[in-house]
Design a binder for this molecule. Structure first.
Ligand SMILES: C[S@@+](CC[C@H](N)C(=O)[O-])C[C@H]1O[C@@H](n2cnc3c(N)ncnc32)[C@H](O)[C@@H]1O
Length: 381
């Protein structure tokens, strides 16, 4: 059976997500923050298991114009919920997007839930219960300028929740964004990788998963595994195949940080992700960077300085980071995720590529600097 699907992602990652889907034998079409594609249940299972940059994989149910409550209710009532829900199944409705008639998204969710419950009572004679935290079936209502669409969320917990991140991590990157940075930088698992300000190690762990051909979701479960109408044996097969295909990375994957506490968390994360034997952690100041082999992808997100007074200190750090890289990493490429354009100017290297991305709500630039030897010159960025 062919399903109409949407994989959602952070804006700026649509093209890499499209390429990831192509590797799974699926052709898609990108739209802002998502890629649409047609797939079988087997491909949905593989998409959940393998996609590194997708946040959720949704299956389309219904869509239509929508100017207010009545139309939304009718649309939601038209879905054959009785074919999807079983007696003990719990549901939740999640709302995404915006619509003038539903400034209160909670209200929109209630309308969908009421229609679903009414239809179930009419067709099956029982009311499904709501479980907002851990539903068997999460319905996603997408609102967009006078129209709305309903989807089933096959992923459950967002796919960025791989399950390896320790809770105490401070200002960590989303796992999907970290994987997206690596893919945007052209990482295919064969180049050496260094994150010299690795924090809790998300970029490094994602690099190790990628280089070892480990599916990002290999240790977690997905919502569709609970559904009687979805075939789950494909997932079992895909997992077994993936585990048999794991291999050792061909080049070093290294994380460095000044803070021992951050490195402790990074080690924990690597262990939980099953890649601790594939990576190396070093404690050190980025300003005292040891020699870096030519051809290394140096990828990092330095501190942005959100608090008052921090920015002045960071001006020097960004300049010294640029200097250290020029001294020690000629022949490599530095990729920085930059959230503050004033600090970006301090790096003193000329960017050959700038990609706009979002780190949560923060608009960022992901910039590539081919590294050539030399000292910091004012106005060099
Ligand atoms: C924004 S965080 C990186 C977050 C990381 N990508 C993650 O996913 O957890 C920046 C990191 O830079 C580190 N840092 C700050 N100054 C440093 C320096 N001079 N040398 C090395 N690391 C430094 C901090 O300890 C912090 O862990």
């Amino acid at each position: 059976m062919e399903l109409t699907c949407v994989a959602t992602c952070s804006r700026g990652l649509e093209e890499v997500l499209l390429q990831e889907l192509q590797l799974l034998g699926v052709r898609g079409q990108a739209r802002p923050g998502a890629v649409e594609f047609a797939a079988t249940w087997e491909q949905v299972a593989r998409a959940n298991l393998w996609l590194r940059t997708a946040i959720r994989v949704l299956v389309f149910l219904a869509s239509g114009p929508c100017s207010g409550r009545e139309e939304l209710y009718q649309l939601a009532f038209s879905v054959r919920w009785e074919e999807l829900l079983w007696r003990e199944a719990t549901v939740a409705v999640q709302v995404a997007g915006r619509h003038a008639a539903f400034a209160n998204t909670h209200f929109a969710a209630m309308v969908v839930k009421d229609a679903l419950v009414d239809r179930m009572r009419e067709h099956r004679g029982f009311r499904p219960s709501v479980d907002v935290k851990n539903p068997d079936l999460r319905v996603v209502l997408h609102l967009e300028r006078g129209a709305c669409a309903l989807y089933l969320d096959t992923s459950g917990e967002p796919l960025s929740h791989r399950g390896y991140r320790p809770r105490q991590a401070q200002a960590p990157l989303s796992e999907c964004l970290a994987a997206g940075l690596l893919l945007l930088a052209g990482y295919d698992g064969r180049q050496p990788v260094l994150d010299p300000m690795c924090g809790s190690g998300t970029i490094v762990v994602e690099a190790a998963l990628l280089a070892s051909r480990t599916p990002p979701g290999w240790k977690r479960s997905f919502a569709f595994e609970r559904w009687p109408f979805a075939s789950t044996h494909h997932l079992k097969e895909a997992r077994a195949e993936a585990l048999a295909g794991r291999r050792k990375p061909a080049a070093p994957i290294v994380g460095r940080d000044l803070a021992q506490q951050a490195l402790n968390l990074a080690r924990k994360a690597a262990k939980a992700a099953g890649v601790d034997a594939l990576v190396r952690w070093e404690r050190g100041d980025v300003r005292e960077l040891p020699r870096v082999p030519a051809g290394t992808l140096i990828i990092t997100n330095p501190p942005y300085g959100v608090r008052l007074g921090e920015e002045a200190e960071l001006v020097a750090l960004y300049r010294q980071l640029g200097d250290a890289v020029k001294r020690q990493a000629a022949g490599s490429t530095l990729w920085l995720l930059l959230g503050n354009p004033r600090l970006a100017r301090q790096v003193g290297l000329k960017a050959c590529k700038k990609i706009q991305l979002f780190n949560g709500p923060l608009k960022c630039q992901f910039c590539a600097y081919p590294v050539v030897e030399g000292e910091f010159k004012k106005g060099g960025a």
